[in-house]
Ligand binder design. Structure first.
Ligand SMILES: C[C@](O)(C(=O)O)[C@H](CC(=O)O)C(=O)O
Length: 916
């Protein structure tokens, strides 16, 4: 549209006969609208969704179905509704009144907040939808899914004509697709019936004026927004003015002359008596009763007259006739009114020309008036869209459940196209948060993980916890467009670890990420994530293996296949939360990679690889390196990631698979090789083709020196992954892990409970000690799988300061008496704990040794109480050790200095519960 045509009456007229507008009739001309238009149109997002809303209503009208909407207060709820397939959302004035007014004056719903309150909320919600839509678009999802037209509460229009117009303008600018305007007196909503006052309405003419002002504003803006005319008159008890003839049948007056007016009685107990004695009735009813013979003449002479004019006619016909609505006014000057569905019908019919949807607002549901309303409206305006709201008012005992279930269809069959539940947004929010709050209060971090984080991440679509991650795609896309920028992904990777081990991740979140898995979560919760590290590991292993049959890649693929089919079967039986999507993606990726990575691709040992047009594998930094056995090769997670980028399909002919050596030197290569093997062993339980560590591939301290190369940051993450894995232990023992940190590498990994318990793997225990101290702990429990005299010394220091500790059995040092406790009971517990630690925890590290994995899977499906025992160990012994360990911990915890510390019941915690 050119600027000229924007302001041309002809263009406006042409728009008015378009399908969306042609049913409406304006009391003003296109010329008048053109004169009011700005010089050029205001670009508005809301038209697209307004047209969508029109389409939704029309579809439901034609199908005789009804669109049900929830109210919404926040962006998260909105997106949840979109994901559940809701088509529209409602922004309720009542909810805004209660929670979020611009004046920060929450209170009851009197619609007395500033008129920008609702538009502000709409804008926030609308923009959050746009964001979700952009994110979905970038992630290959459906950008339209989150775009639900928003219908907003415009109350009474918040003032006279110009105020209503400004409000409507704000609505459109905010992105509202529709809004309702009612006939309540501005700033009043409902009152207590005890005072005889319930709903105070304005005259019909005022409702029509409000809606016409709204329509004019939409026309000025060229907006397709939908106007819903709402009348509250079914619940009306008073009207502000008797001036409109259309209100005459419902205005009540005293038929008995009393010495005082009702307003003089308003504060006295006499008022009930006044009401009874005055015998209120409408003018017409009163005249008919008093002068039945003159009634016909009266009716003929008073058509189209309001009450004061008609009263004059009545008194001319019968001077002794008494009727006074003035005498019955409240102290506010409001006139008594007979609220009923007939009045509502009259009112909305009066606005049907300028409104798109008609609605008579009532409390609860009553089928009869609902039907009467629709029949009357459709008689005059066949097919006119109708709305219905249901706030409540149903018995809680379930006695009406079947009727309630039938209501939507009943309404739909009557031509109602939109039914909304104004309170649903706040009630559901309150219930959800209340439940989480109760759990978190009771169980701290575990309560959060258990009640919020894990179920949310188990999705598939509720993983709001991870919104920032897909949203980072926007940042990245912008950074890419600008040509340089920090990748959000890095931030993502870091945060990702914060909760790792407790969540199930969405594939979409991982497929451009080089984050790593945590051991315990591999099978049940994040198969795709584990794939990254595994792939990274087997790039090394593949290169290290000459024999195709023993190619670890083939074995890994097979093992994954087994795991995933098992998971899928379990999922079908409802016993696992893992998602087929992730597994399927993972398998597809694995297979894709497996096509590229063959032992034959491995170049001669120690020979730098050059990019080759024949090989699908190219190196953008063509340095190879050797591992301990002189043949391995490892690559950075980042490069493996590029294999997964579905938005960047691999083009084999271009040698698209970019694998970058992670290490530049032989030494770095050795480290990487060690890690690759160890991790493969850890995750898959497979024995690597070449072992540079111990024969059974346990994670012996791998003495990694983190290369100071450009991948340093990535190494840090590897280490963090390991730290994360260690979090399992305190979780197993039922303590809250508040901190997991390590400065020097995995050999220093420290897990500390902020109250009393500290776990350390091998290494720098003086760091552990100081950390414990810094955390204000007064007791420590240490466990080390690689016992050494140096460590003993460290721990002795801890013990000397009054900290009892448990260490694993030492091969070379049996004189471990570093504990300040020396009772035989304690020593026994300590011994058992050591055994459990060294076997159970190390075993747990090898949790996925093939048979253990099988066992664990079946255990998880059949019994969530699984203990961390590796394959080939004596389960009964380890279980016993676990129990004793718990007991010993409990005995530690029951010491006077620790009694204050609250913990979950240790024995109720099991591995199955943690990883399931
Ligand atoms: C629809 C409504 O205007 C709202 O603000 O949500 C309220 C809801 C309610 O009070 O239950 C209304 O019906 O007036």
């Amino acid at each position: 549209m050119t600027i000229d045509s924007w302001r041309s009456p002809e263009a406006i007229k042409a728009w008015w006969v378009s399908p969306s507008q042609s049913a409406l009739r304006r009391p003003y001309t296109a010329e008048e609208v053109a004169a009011l238009r700005d010089v050029f149109p205001e670009a508005s997002h809301s038209n697209e969704l307004a047209l969508k809303l029109r389409g939704i209503f029309e579809k439901h009208r034609q199908n005789k179905t009804i669109n049900i909407a929830m109210s919404v207060l926040d962006a998260v709820s909105l997106q949840m509704m979109a994901e559940e397939g809701f088509e529209t959302a409602y922004v309720s004035g009542a909810l805004i009144s209660m929670t979020d007014t611009p004046t920060n004056d929450p209170g009851t719903d009197l619609a007395d907040y500033p008129y920008d309150a609702i538009p502000k909320k709409v804008k926030n919600l609308f923009r959050s939808q746009l964001l979700q839509s952009r994110v979905a678009g970038l992630s290959g999802g459906d950008p339209n899914k989150s775009l639900m037209p928003i219908i907003a509460d415009a109350d009474s229009g918040h003032g006279f004509n110009t105020a209503t117009m400004k409000l409507v303008k704000l609505m459109v600018q905010s992105g509202a697709s529709g809004f309702h305007i009612d006939d309540l007196l501005s700033g009043t909503k409902r009152f207590d019936r005890k005072d005889g006052i319930y709903y105070v309405v304005v005259p019909v003419s005022e409702l029509v004026r409000r809606l016409t002002a709204a329509r004019l504003q939409l026309d000025i803006m060229g907006s397709e927004a939908v106007i819903i005319a709402r009348s509250d008159v079914e619940m009306g008890s008073h009207v502000t003015s008797t001036v409109d003839p259309r209100d005459r049948p419902y205005v009540l007056g005293a038929t008995v002359a009393l010495p005082r007016d009702y307003s003089s009685m308003a504060t006295s107990p006499e008022k009930e008596k006044w009401l009874a004695e005055s015998k209120l009735a409408s003018l017409d009813d009163a005249f008919k009763a008093a002068q039945p013979k003159l009634f016909e003449e009266f009716t003929t002479k008073t058509q189209d007259l309001n009450v004061s004019e008609a009263l004059r006619v009545a008194n001319n016909l019968a001077p002794e006739f008494y009727w006074s609505t003035d005498a019955a006014r409240t102290i506010h000057g409001w006139y008594p009114y007979r609220g009923c569905v007939e009045a509502a019908i009259d009112r909305v019919l009066a606005c049907a020309d300028v409104a798109d949807v008609l609605w008579s607002c009532v409390r609860g549901y009553d089928g009869k008036p609902a039907e009467q309303f629709s029949t009357a409206i459709h008689k005059v305006h066949p097919g006119k869209w109708l709305a219905y709201n249901v706030t409540g008012g149903f018995p809680a005992d379930g006695s009406m459940d079947e009727e309630i279930k039938a209501i939507p269809q009943k309404l739909a069959s009557l031509g109602y196209v939109w039914q909304f539940l104004p309170m649903s947004g706040i009630t559901s929010l309150g219930l959800g948060v209340k439940r989480a709050a109760r759990e978190i209060k009771a169980n701290g971090l575990f309560g959060y993980i258990d009640t919020c984080s894990r179920p949310a991440a188990a999705g598939p679509d509720t993983s709001v916890e991870w919104w920032w991650k897909p949203m980072g795609k926007l940042t990245d896309a912008a950074a890419e467009a600008i040509g340089d920028g920090l990748s959000f992904e890095r931030v993502g990777g870091k945060l990702f670890w914060r909760d790792q081990g407790f969540s199930v991740d969405d594939h979409s979140m991982l497929d451009d990420s080089d984050v790593l898995p945590v051991p315990q979560a591999i099978v049940t919760s994040r198969p795709h994530c584990c794939l990254y590290i595994t792939l990274w590991a087997f790039t090394y292993l593949t290169a290290a293996s000459d024999n195709e049959d023993s190619n670890p890649l083939t074995r890994i693929v097979n093992q994954f296949q087994a795991i995933f089919s098992r998971l899928n079967a379990e999922r079908q039986m409802g016993s696992s939360k893992a998602k087929p999507r992730a597994s399927n993606h993972a398998m597809a990726d694995l297979e894709r990679v497996s096509r590229h990575l063959r032992p034959s691709d491995a170049g001669p040992a120690t020979t730098p690889r050059q990019p080759s047009s024949e090989s699908p594998v190219t190196f953008d930094r063509p340095q190879a390196f050797t591992t301990g056995n002189g043949r391995g090769r490892a690559f950075s997670g980042k490069t493996v990631r590029s294999v997964f980028r579905e938005d960047l399909p691999l083009d084999e002919s271009k040698g698209d698979l970019q694998l970058t050596p992670i290490a530049q030197t032989r030494e770095e290569g050795e480290n990487a090789g060690t890690w690759a093997e160890a991790l493969t062993s850890l995750f898959l339980g497979s024995k690597p083709a070449t072992s540079t560590t111990s024969s059974d591939c346990q994670l012996e301290p791998p003495s990694i020196r983190y290369p100071e190369s450009q991948d340093h940051d990535w190494w840090r993450r590897v280490k963090e992954a390991y730290d994360g894995g260690l979090k399992l232990l305190p979780a197993l023992l039922g303590t809250n892990t508040q901190e997991s940190s390590s400065n020097k590498g995995i050999e220093n990994a420290i897990i500390a409970d902020n109250s009393s318990t500290i776990f350390s793997s091998d290494g720098d225990l003086s760091a552990a000690t100081s950390r414990t101290r810094a955390l204000g702990s007064d007791h420590s429990l240490a466990a080390s799988s690689a016992y050494s005299s140096e460590l003993t010394e460290s721990w002795s220091n801890v013990a000397d300061q009054g900290t009892p500790l448990i260490t694993p059995p030492s091969e070379d040092d049996t004189s471990d008496d570093s504990s300040s406790e020396d009772s035989s009971e304690f020593l026994e517990a300590k011994e058992a704990a050591r055994a459990w630690w060294s076997k159970g925890f190390n075993g747990n590290r090898r949790l996925l040794a093939p048979s253990a994995r099988e066992k664990r899977l079946s255990d998880i499906s059949e019994d969530s109480r699984v203990t961390p025992i590796s394959s080939g160990e004596d389960d009964a012994t380890l279980e016993k050790a676990r129990v004793v360990t718990f007991q010993s911990l409990e005995s530690l915890q029951s010491q006077p200095s620790l009694q204050e510390v609250k913990r979950p019941n240790l024995s109720s915690i099991s591995l199955g519960e943690i990883v399931a």
